[in-house]
Design a protein around this ligand. Structure first.
Ligand SMILES: *Cc1c(COP(=O)(O)O)cnc(C)c1O
Length: 436
């Protein structure tokens, strides 16, 4: 039977096989590929993985069960799986300069849960930056395991500067005597002073857990200070700035290796996702290159350029700007909310997300902020000069939030602009060759 035109357009055998079996899912993947090509993706936790990472993620290592750790498995047939996991671990240790890495956590949240299991008992006190201030759910928020199993204490940002106030953190730590302190967050546009956090943790006898899910790629690239050797435990996702598959890692010294490994398996998880482990290994190899160092620096340069271009157009930014890959537009003084703004931007193909701003007077499901980041656009090769154009579009949309015609016109301009920036891992790219 002759291939249909859509079949002929499919580049690889496994894509063709998918289309033969399930054209609905194949169509949805093709549509998502087109969408990821034709829009400007500004969600700071998202990225484009390389074709190499994608190939490992879609590999037959998905077939294997391998509960346990390399050379200590509960299943036979681990000749190659063990080598994959050892490679991933060795690369993680080399890249971040740690003695031990666990590459099995299914994602960032389970990694944080395992980190807590490694050093806390139920009822112990844990401290972290509050969710409305840019912390993560797993750092002690009340509806999360971390706020349910433990006595959680949340620190806030300085009400004037919207930055971490170390005096405030120290006072809270002295008063509450936490057993573990989280630093790191999801919506904090400034650098983390890991050494200062460690000094506070030491003073009260707490373990410092640095959650670098958002900035791991910047740390690997030398574009953000490293939490090593300050934090006793470092957790990270692998799919944000690190540009790997959806997964996570826990990094620590030899002293905590056993406790961390036991917390992941058997306490929290069963069999590791070996296809993900393989893809993590690939991503870590990519992250150790000079190209990735340049990439990390460009992410920050782009974020600073985007922040400056928005500020020049009169937008207030949380903390006044950014030192990393993300920024928060503060719309507290505008008649529309962050949700209104993010939804209007999305209609124009500018994809961000609504977010609380520090001390937000609006509700969390309709807050005052829009969170934007540059990891994905930088993966497409966009440079600082392109941030000016993106800021101009953002401004046009937000200034014409009810004007469907203006927004549709921006969407078309965005689509055309995107054609000049091929997407890693996606073969279409508006007819251009893939970047990698
Ligand atoms: C994204 C993120 C996580 C959670 O990762 P998931 O993979 O979504 O579970 C944890 N901590 C921080 C700081 C994050 O940004």
């Amino acid at each position: 039977m002759a291939d249909s035109p859509s079949k002929a357009a499919c580049p690889c055998p496994h894509t063709r096989a998918l289309r033969d079996v399930d054209s609905e899912i194949a169509d949805l993947i093709a549509a998502e590929e087109r969408y990821e090509c034709d829009t400007i993706r500004l969600i700071p936790s998202e990225n484009y993985v390389s074709m190499a990472v994608l190939a490992a993620t879609g590999s037959i290592f998905a077939n294997k069960y391998s509960e346990g750790y390399a050379s200590k498995r509960y299943y036979e047939g681990q000749v190659y799986v063990d080598q994959v996991e050892k490679l991933a671990i060795a690369r993680a240790c080399a890249l971040f300069g740690v003695e031990h890495a666990n590459v099995q956590p299914y994602s960032g949240s389970p990694a944080n849960m395992a980190a807590c299991f490694a050093v806390l008992r139920p009822g112990d006190t844990v401290m972290g930056l509050g969710l409305p201030f840019g912390g993560h759910l797993t750092h002690g928020w009340n509806v999360n395991f971390s706020g349910m199993l433990y006595r959680a204490v949340q620190y806030e940002l300085d009400p004037e500067t919207h930055r971490i106030d170390l005096d405030r953190v120290r006072d809270a730590a002295r008063r509450e005597r936490p057993k573990a302190i989280f630093c790191g967050g999801t919506a904090y546009p400034r650098l983390w002073d890991f050494a200062a956090f460690r000094a506070i943790a030491d003073e009260v006898g707490a373990v410092l857990i640095a959650d670098i899910a958002h900035v791991a790629g910047l740390v690997a690239a030398g574009a953000h200070p490293s939490p090593v050797p300050h934090a006793q435990i470092v957790t990270t996702t692998t799919h944000k700035t690190l540009r790997g598959p959806r997964g996570a890692m826990i990094l620590c010294g030899a002293d905590l290796a056993k406790a961390v490994d036991r917390a992941v398996f058997p306490t929290l998880q069963g069999g590791p996702h070996n296809h993900t482990t393989a893809a993590i290994a690939v991503a870590l190899k990519e992250a150790a290159t000079p190209e990735f160092r340049a990439y990390g620096r460009q992410i920050v340069a782009n974020a600073k350029a985007l922040a400056a271009a928005l500020a020049a157009r009169g937008y207030r930014l949380v903390s006044g700007g950014t030192d990393n890959h993300l920024l928060l537009i503060d719309l507290s003084d505008r008649p529309y909310t962050g949700k209104d703004g993010a939804q209007a931007l999305s209609r124009a193909g500018l994809i961000g997300n609504y977010n609380t701003v520090p001390f937000d007077k609006r509700k969390p499901f309709n807050p005052s902020g829009i969170r934007l980041g540059t990891p994905a656009v930088t993966s497409r090769g966009m440079q600082t000069e392109h941030m000016e154009q993106i800021a101009a579009w953002i401004d046009t949309v937000l200034a014409n939030i009810e004007d469907a015609g203006r927004i549709a016109a921006v969407k078309e301009e965005v689509r055309e602009f995107c054609g000049g920036f091929p997407t890693p891992g996606i073969l279409i790219g508006n007819g251009r060759k893939p970047r990698s």
